[in-house]
Design a protein around this ligand. Structure first.
Ligand code: NAP
Length: 330
């Protein structure tokens, strides 16, 4: 696994991390055994960054990572855990954003993960108005001074939010939606993030599975899978599910890409490799629901870059076929 330096933290991390929302809740059923096996498979394949959040399964994802760290001494201090806060109740919104709320959620994450300091805590898609007031950043700076967190960042929905947050003092990382179907960050964020040495975590690199290449029109998802209950943004930002594309359109677009995939590679390999080809990107955090997916997703690190001609074709594909269909703040 190739490593990249995670922005100004100076820490080297495997360029393919693991997203662990899947192991908490919101993606159908995953047992504790399968979840722990998935964490182990990722670690064994060279993954050294796990992305989680306090709210994933109401603490379950963090608790499982804590268990993994206890059971895998070699991984302690080697796996960088990026967690999030802001969406867990109690106290809930808007108290979550007060000094007390931020502190309370930080303490709870420390306990569940079983660590003395959080490597990274990210404000979890909290309202732009709250970010603009600036107080949450002050709360995070204070926790950093106290040694409860090593660094802080923000998971954002739109490039407008990203542009604001990348300029805030002390912000070490931004988490963005980025994939072949969501190319806007290339022009609007990458240069500034590089200039300021702010790390970029890429979520939805597989567009919630569309770019895994196995989805079919008319397919349904379990009741406890957000691809059912947030399919059109009913519960939270529409961009978080299928990158904001209507599902049937997304399947059509993913199918259209398959003819471009080099022989011997999968659409998932190709899609992850495309993201890695941008040097502003620090780490991808594809989600996996089982050890096979976690292992498969590390393969892109060893593949050759796509090359200029293919990148130009995909840029044109996005502009011509995709951009107009994306819904939600972007
Ligand atoms: N607001 C936020 O901050 C936020 C929001 C969303 C996600 N995230 C983070 O990002 C992580 C990744 O989740 P995501 O939403 O971004 O989804 P994603 O990584 O784009 O897609 C993950 C899904 O793709 C499918 N998949 C995975 N590996 C595959 C492979 N090798 N071949 C074919 N299909 C494959 C699986 O779907 P099946 O279940 O259908 O197999 C998996 O659940 C989350 O775990 C979380 O850590 C953060």
């Amino acid at each position: 696994m190739n490593t990249r330096i995670f922005g100004r933290t100076g820490r080297a991390v495997g360029e393919i991390g693991l997203g662990t929302w899947q192991l908490g809740a919101g993606w159908g059923d995953v047992t504790d055994e399968v979840a722990l096996a998935t964490l182990r498979a990722a670690w064994d394949a060279g993954t050294t960054l796990f992305d989680t959040a306090d709210v994933y399964g109401m603490g379950r994802s963090e608790t499982l990572i804590g268990k993994f760290l206890r059971e895998t001494p070699a991984a302690r201090g080697k796996v960088y855990v990026a967690t999030k806060l802001g969406r867990f109740s109690p106290p809930g919104w808007p108290e979550n954003f007060t000094r007390t709320g931020v502190r309370q959620h930080t303490e709870a994450s420390l306990k569940r993960l079983g660590v003395d300091a959080l490597d990274l805590t990210q404000f979890h898609c909290i309202p732009f108005d709250v970010l603009k007031k600036g107080e949450v950043f002050e709360h995070a700076r204070e926790l950093k001074r106290e040694g409860k967190i090593r660094d802080f960042g923000v998971s954002v929905e739109s490039m407008e939010e990203a542009d604001f947050c990348v300029r805030q003092e002390g912000v070490a990382a931004l988490q963005i939606i980025f994939n072949i179907f969501r190319q806007k960050p290339i022009a609007t964020l990458f240069a500034e993030a590089k200039k300021r040495n702010v790390a970029l975590l890429v979520r939805l690199p597989l567009a919630s599975g569309l770019l895994g290449g196995k989805m079919k029109k008319g397919q349904t998802f379990p009741a406890n899978d957000h691809r059912n209950f947030n399919r059109d943004g009913q519960q939270f930002n529409v961009g978080e599910t299928f990158a904001g594309l209507p599902f049937e359109k997304g399947v059509e677009l993913a199918d259209a890409l398959k003819s471009l995939v080099p022989a011997g590679e999968t659409l998932a390999d190709f899609s992850l490799r495309w993201c890695l080809d941008f040097d502003a990107v620090s780490v991808l955090i594809p989600g996996a629901k089982n050890p096979e997916q976690a292992r498969a997703n590390t393969r892109a690190s060893s593949l050759a870059p796509l090359g200029a001609a293919l990148h130009a074709k995909l840029e044109e594909f996005y502009a011509r076929e995709v951009a107009a269909h994306i819904r939600g703040a972007y």
